[in-house]
Design a protein around this ligand. Structure first.
Ligand code: GLC
Length: 477
């Protein structure tokens, strides 16, 4: 059995703020289900990890972690879930805080985390065949392995994979803290440097045996300056180790047939529950309860790269010129929160702006949605278009990253229908509007809608095939 150790900053259901949490909450179990690996995951013990889980944890070890002149306590707790062992690193000074990220000392917090991951191996006697690190917060594990641990017994043969979930967040710091915070010396200067500052993601790209990202298309995109946020030369230099593997979603957690979070269950063959889910949502947010009006939605972190300025640029026209309802659910940048709240004020009988991050509420909105908009400027993979498809919504997406790989344009001929959504390529409001209105027309054509929905809901977005791709990658190492 292959031993795989995952390092990353969040995982469902323990602590999550976005897609990374979904992936680290479901990929390890999918790998473990293949019967070919012993998968373990190391997470910080954040304050938000519930009492329920804490009660079930077992203490594995207590030791100190050295980071330059610091000596910090580290308690290791474990919990087995769906065949995967989760280790939680307990240090109240670093992790007992209301949020996961966003602190002045995030660099130090995750340097501590990474050093603790390396220490944990010999303390627990668990030396993985593969260390699989995710995003900048875990990048230093790969660096510490190569620079500090490689010659120690047990560490010599560990192979490494580094996965980029979003290249926008790289972990960039001033060189003045290279020794003091990251416990690295001047010898590592070149390795750690990009554009004049420390760049943790860049260093992991250089050190890892394989670099992956979360869709094949994004793996190509990030080799260009337009997408790479300054890492294109590093990625091109390491192109032979780079590949893209499309994410899956957790088919048990996202299952409209058995989802306790939604008002009525439904399946591809029996969609009447979806009609009730829409009615329940309309009631819940005080919109008129009508089944003949399509429900459009956006469920997203309110960040610029999600393409919200495209929505801003055409939503007034769409809402005022079509008989539709529109819900936006998400939290994020002020300017978008204000824009959508204001939109609701302008169209109180058609629009709801739900400024929140709430997983159960998001499932109720997915279940109620007929047409799901995701016009991202960039999208490493994107999970929402997959979740929306599973919940019987027609996706309208921009052809970028994982959206390009997962949603193919709809068209029909005498042989039948093709594709599983509406797509456009230019980053232009007109294109989003045109495709959205095409989706609205299709929705109004009931037989065509039924056929397309059946196809959409049959598309396999589970981990089935992608877990296999990771196994193959591990075997190759
Ligand atoms: C990040 C990306 C998103 C991806 C997710 C999981 O949140 O922005 O596109 O689906 O990571 O890999």
């Amino acid at each position: 059995m292959k031993k795989i150790l995952f390092a990353g900053a969040e995982a469902m259901p323990f602590a999550a703020t976005g897609g990374l949490g979904d992936v680290l909450g479901s990929l390890p179990a999918a790998l473990s289900d293949t019967g070919e690996c012993d998968v373990r995951v190391v997470l910080p013990l954040y304050e938000s990890v519930s009492e329920d889980f804490r009660r079930k944890m077992k203490q594995e070890a207590v030791f100190n972690v050295r980071l330059s002149w610091r000596e910090q306590y580290c308690g290791v707790w474990s919990l087995v879930r769906n065949g995967v062992t989760y280790y939680f690193l307990d240090n109240e000074y670093y992790f007992r805080r209301p949020s996961l990220y966003g602190y002045f000392d995030d660099g130090e917090r995750y340097a501590y985390y990474c050093m603790a991951v390396m220490e944990l191996m010999w303390r627990l006697g668990f030396y993985p065949d593969i260390l699989h690190a995710h995003d900048w917060q875990a990048a230093l594990t790969v660096v510490y392995l190569n620079c500090l641990y490689r010659s120690r017994p047990g560490y010599e043969n560990i192979r490494t994979v580094f996965t980029i979930h979003n290249i926008e967040y790289q972990g960039q710091y001033d060189f003045s803290i290279l020794g003091d915070v990251f416990a690295l010396g001047e010898n590592e200067h070149t390795l750690m440097e990009n554009d004049g500052c420390i760049n943790l993601m860049k260093a992991a790209i250089e050190c890892a045996d394989r670099v992956t990202t979360v869709s094949p298309r994004y793996a190509e995109e990030i080799r260009t300056a337009e997408y790479a946020h300054g890492l294109e030369s590093s990625l091109n230099r390491n192109a032979q180790k780079l590949c893209g593997i499309l994410n899956g979603i957790d088919y048990e957690y996202y299952d409209p047939e058995h989802d306790p979070a939604i008002a009525a269950p439904f399946t591809r063959r029996a969609l009447s529950g979806k009609v009730r889910d829409k009615a329940a949502m309309q009631k819940e947010c005080g919109l008129s309860v009508r089944r003949d009006v399509p429900m459009l939605s956006v469920i997203s972190r309110l960040a610029a790269h999600k393409g919200l300025d495209l929505v801003e640029g055409c939503i007034d026209a769409i809402v005022s010129q079509n008989d539709i309802q529109f819900i936006i659910l998400g939290r994020g940048e002020d300017r978008y929160e204000r824009f959508f709240t204001d939109l609701q004020n302008r169209y109180p009988d058609r629009v709801r702006a739900l400024i929140a991050y709430d997983r159960d509420l998001s499932k109720r909105v997915y279940a109620a949605t007929d047409i799901f908009l995701m016009p991202s400027r960039t999208e490493p993979c994107g999970l929402s278009q997959m979740i929306a498809s599973r919940y019987g919504a027609i996706p309208v997406v921009r052809e970028t990253g994982g959206l390009f790989d997962s949603i193919k344009p709809y068209w029909s001929d005498e042989k039948g229908i093709h594709g599983n959504g509406f797509t456009f390529s230019g980053y232009r409001c007109e294109e989003l509007r045109e495709r959205t209105e095409a989706a609205i027309s299709l929705w109004r054509d009931v037989p065509a809608r039924r056929k397309l929905l059946s196809r959409i809901m049959q598309t396999d977005f589970s981990w089935n095939s992608s877990a296999g791709s990771y196994l193959e990658l591990y075997r190759g190492l």
